[in-house]
Design a protein around this ligand. Structure first.
Ligand code: AMP
Ligand code: ZN
Length: 114
């Protein structure tokens, strides 16, 4: 997708702090971290948001979730806890319209979210 900042990260057109990559997913550190661990996981295929993932591509979602779980384990926060956030559309505050799963951990989170 042209002009998508996360597609540019995938293509190495802009730099990022990579955490993980396989054929379907990349993960990189958020540029403006909101917790000691704040990693974004994205599919390499461009979908604007959760609203845009068709039923027949539902494995994109399980891939993101299971990889987030694995990274949480590797980062040592699986047992202490972590939060996964999937901002979707305007009211959520979604700013980048390439679906991304936030993995946040390393501190106590509050609830409700703002
Ligand atoms: P959202 O509000 O859910 O759309 O979150 C977008 C996230 O992308 C924010 O947490 C930003 O800090 C993060 N972000 C934006 N540009 C970059 C970038 N170039 N590298 C890493 N993270 C970024
Ligand atoms: Zn994109």
């Amino acid at each position: 997708m042209e002009n998508c900042i996360f597609c540019k990260i995938i293509k190495r057109e802009i730099p990022s702090d990579f955490v993980f990559e396989d054929e379907n997913i990349i993960a990189f550190n958020d540029i403006n971290p909101q917790a000691p661990i704040h990693i974004l996981l994205i599919p390499k295929k461009h979908f604007a948001s959760l609203n845009d993932i068709p039923e027949e591509k539902k494995e994109v979602l399980s891939d993101l979730l299971l990889k987030a779980r694995q990274i949480a384990k590797e980062k040592g926060i699986a047992r202490t806890g972590y939060r996964l956030v999937l901002n979707t559309a305007k009211d959520s505050g979604q700013e980048v319209f390439h679906i991304h799963l936030h993995l946040l951990g390393g501190r106590r989170m509050s609830w409700p979210p703002g």
